[in-house]
Design a protein around this ligand. Structure first.
Ligand SMILES: [Fe+2]
Ligand SMILES: [Fe+2]
Length: 166
């Protein structure tokens, strides 16, 4: 998935970051987690413009919002991803937007940028599902899912295990 120039300018350093790159091999909503993060970033950027939120904060929060999500559950993985973002050097505004992205599971956002990410994440998740369903007939979706289960450390060698986190 490629980003348009405006988003590339905001996200260039994060797109190439190893923590983001590794998500190409992680399974999330039956698609590569990287696809989910890119879709979230696109939606976040777009919605931020509509809601007059900080586009840079929204896009950067979106591309990081599910990193290491397997280390938490539905309600807590926002904290985990926010800590990863802080380790990378992101601002408090970005981290604070990431924490409540699973609302209404977990805390409500306290910033405009947090609300943008809540909406963007839901829309991206729907698009993930649409992508998966669209590829069912050709077999593309199931082949890709099997491949991701092989490459995702969460599944590797533990195929019967099912994810606890989004
Ligand atoms: Fe999430
Ligand atoms: Fe997400």
């Amino acid at each position: 998935m490629t980003l348009r120039p405006q988003l590339q300018a905001i996200l260039g350093d994060l797109v190439t970051h190893p923590k983001v790159q590794e998500t190409r091999h992680h399974l999330h909503h039956n698609v590569p987690k990287h696809d989910h993060l890119m879709r979230s970033a696109r939606w976040s950027y777009r919605i931020a413009g509509l809601l007059k939120a900080d586009r840079r904060v929204c896009a950067r929060a979106a591309i990081l919002h599910d990193l290491d999500s397997r280390n938490g559950d539905w309600a807590t993985h926002g904290w985990i991803a926010a800590n990863v973002a802080a380790d990378i050097g992101e601002s408090t505004l970005v981290c604070r937007a990431i924490v409540p992205h699973m609302f209404p599971l977990g805390p409500a956002p306290k910033s405009r940028e947090g609300w943008v990410l809540v909406i963007a994440d839901k829309l991206a998740s729907l698009a993930d599902m649409g992508d998966f369903v669209a590829g069912l007939l050709s077999g593309r979706s199931l082949r890709r899912r099997d491949k991701l289960r092989e490459s995702d450390p969460y599944y590797r060698g533990n195929r019967r295990r099912r994810p606890a986190a989004a």
